[in-house]
Design a protein around this ligand. Structure first.
Ligand code: UD1
Ligand code: MG
Length: 492
């Protein structure tokens, strides 16, 4: 790896005009991480003396993305081109540095090994500059590498300035270079804004080095995808797709089964244990960690969550900032919102929403339920349609359900409320007071049966229909209620 005589300069001050965005280009995301974060992470293992990120447009936000990774930042203001960006970094470079690796902040697929190889090629090639180039079937948009007969590089020509012959060249500039600093500075000082944008192009330094009889080499990247620069939304989508293909491949290599891997959306930081199965159309996002032998079925989206081993996620479940212990099972169509904490063997079924709630060992809420700000004791059974009424319009209140409690279907638990261990709540109850342990709580209207009511009603309707078909249509007919009904309503 690179030694202490090398610094890394990341160019990340530009706006990214071609993205038509309110957000700086290098903060756009690929694989769930900002472009500049990908680049800085690829540089970290080089163990360079410093990693200096040149910031300008939305400088604070870009700095906030890279300083936690140990990078330093330097301001380029105004942003007058890639050559000017490197000039701006000069004041942050320590005197002991001999070499600089320059990388653009918009190349998220770059790998550490490729940078190491570039540095090695530069050192052994005894050059003033070594460019990482790539052979692209479609070189549109990139600067072209102009080689001399001896194979060294004469110049880099930007597409806008290239002749038709030069445009036909398929070897392109990646904007990733290794420079010998004392040879670079004089050429950089001679840059002129000789282009449509009136900027100082770093690429022009290559021809200037040649004028000074310095040697410039280009080393071709083994994988041309690595140099992809995200100038447009289309290239951003390409980089994201390629990144996720790589991620899925790496997971499969480590023992994860992924069906239709091209449909798996897995973010950079996600970890998955072996023998876990990921079905089509699954998204694993943010800082999600999944253990071994889990199954994540079709269409489920898991964000910033931790799943232990043997967890089964049925289709179309949405899990955010939640914790699922061993042998838990959720879905289909479960929604776990932040703070859902399912302990070993707990079960959350279809159309159940859980927020900031603990379901202790073996607790179950199999269907159509809302549990918010609740603690559900071990082995408790929450019937279909149960709602914790946690919000009184001002405060969020707690519902505490004891061990082995049975909540009958369609119950409303008006918080704050406690249901003691082993208690039963009758179906359809609205519970507003605490229920002692082992009690049965019933809180609903009593049932009344009205014998024969329906038969009387049907006979009456039939009679009315018969009379109506003989008589002329009347304007409005007073409806008569059946006798049984009137009688019983008086009784009430
Ligand atoms: C650049 C190269 C081009 C190469 C391509 C590879 C130049 C002139 N052209 O073009 O030869 O094929 O990269 O992707 O260098 N930046 C600053 N300050 C500035 C301007 C830019 O920090 O004043 C940063 C940007 O934020 C970006 C990087 O430099 O991260 C490269 O700039 P960009 O505008 O993307 O250059 P390209 O047009 O892609
Ligand atoms: Mg670019």
């Amino acid at each position: 790896m690179a030694a202490k005589d090398t610094v890394v300069i990341v160019l990340a001050a530009g706006k990214g005009t071609r993205l038509y965005s309110g957000v700086a280009k290098v903060l756009h995301r690929v694989g769930g991480r900002s472009l500049v974060e990908h680049v800085v992470r690829a540089c970290q293992p080089l163990k360079a003396a410093d990693t200096i990120v040149v910031v300008g447009f939305q400088a604070d936000a870009v700095a906030a993305a890279v300083t936690p990774l140990g990078a330093k930042t330097i301001i380029q203001n105004p942003q007058r081109g890639t050559g000017h960006a490197v000039q701006s970094a000069r004041r942050a470079i320590r005197r002991s540095a001999k070499f600089a690796v320059v990388v653009p902040g918009d190349a998220p697929l770059l790998r550490t090994e490729t940078l190491s190889a570039l540095i090695a090629a530069h050192r052994s090639g005894d050059a003033a500059a070594t460019i990482l180039s790539a052979q692209l079937p479609d070189p549109t948009g990139y600067g072209r590498i102009i080689r001399k007969n001896d194979g060294t590089v004469a110049a880099v020509v930007e597409e806008s300035a290239a002749s038709p012959e030069q445009r036909a060249i398929t070897e392109v500039n990646s904007s990733i270079y290794c420079f010998t600093l004392d040879k670079l500075w004089p050429s950089l000082a001679s840059l002129k804004p000789n282009n449509v944008h009136k900027e100082l192009y770093l690429t022009d330094a290559i021809a200037l080095l040649n004028e000074r009889r310095e040697r410039v080499l280009a080393s071709i990247a083994p994988d041309p995808n690595e140099i992809l620069g995200c100038n447009t939304r289309a290239s951003l989508a390409d980089a994201d797709r390629i990144f996720r293909q790589r991620k899925a491949a790496a997971l499969m290599d480590s023992g994860v089964t992924i069906y239709f891997p091209e449909s798996a959306v897995v973010d950079a930081a996600v970890a998955v244990g072996r023998d876990t199965v990921i079905e089509p159309g699954v998204e694993l996002l943010g800082n999600t960690k999944i253990g071994e032998r889990c199954t994540i079925r079709t269409g489920s989206i898991i964000t910033d969550s931790r799943l232990d081993d043997d967890v089964y996620v049925e289709p179309y479940s949405v899990v955010t900032e939640s914790r699922l212990a061993n042998n838990t099972r959720i879905g289909p169509f479960a929604r776990l919102r932040p703070g859902a904490d399912l302990r070993e063997g707990a079960r959350v079924g279809n159309f159940v929403e859980v927020k900031k709630s603990v379901l202790h060992e073996g607790a179950k809420a199999p269907h159509l339920t809302y549990l918010g700000d609740a603690t559900i004791g071990a082995g408790a059974n929450i019937g279909a349609g149960t709602i914790t009424c946690n919000y009184d319009g001002v405060h969020k209140n707690q519902t505490v359900i004891g061990k082995r409690v049975f909540i009958g279907s369609d119950s409303a638990l008006v918080a704050p409320v406690r249901i003691g261990d082993g208690a039963y709540v009758a179906a359809g109850s609205t519970i507003t007071e605490n229920v002692p342990a082992d009690a049965l709580a019933i809180a609903r209207g009593r049932q009344i049966n009205k014998p024969g009511w329906a038969a009387v009603r049907r006979a009456q309707i039939a009679k009315e229909l018969k009379a109506g078909s003989k008589a002329k249509p009347r304007k409005k007919q007073k409806s008569k209620r059946p006798r049984a009904s009137r009688k019983s309503s008086r009784r009430r």
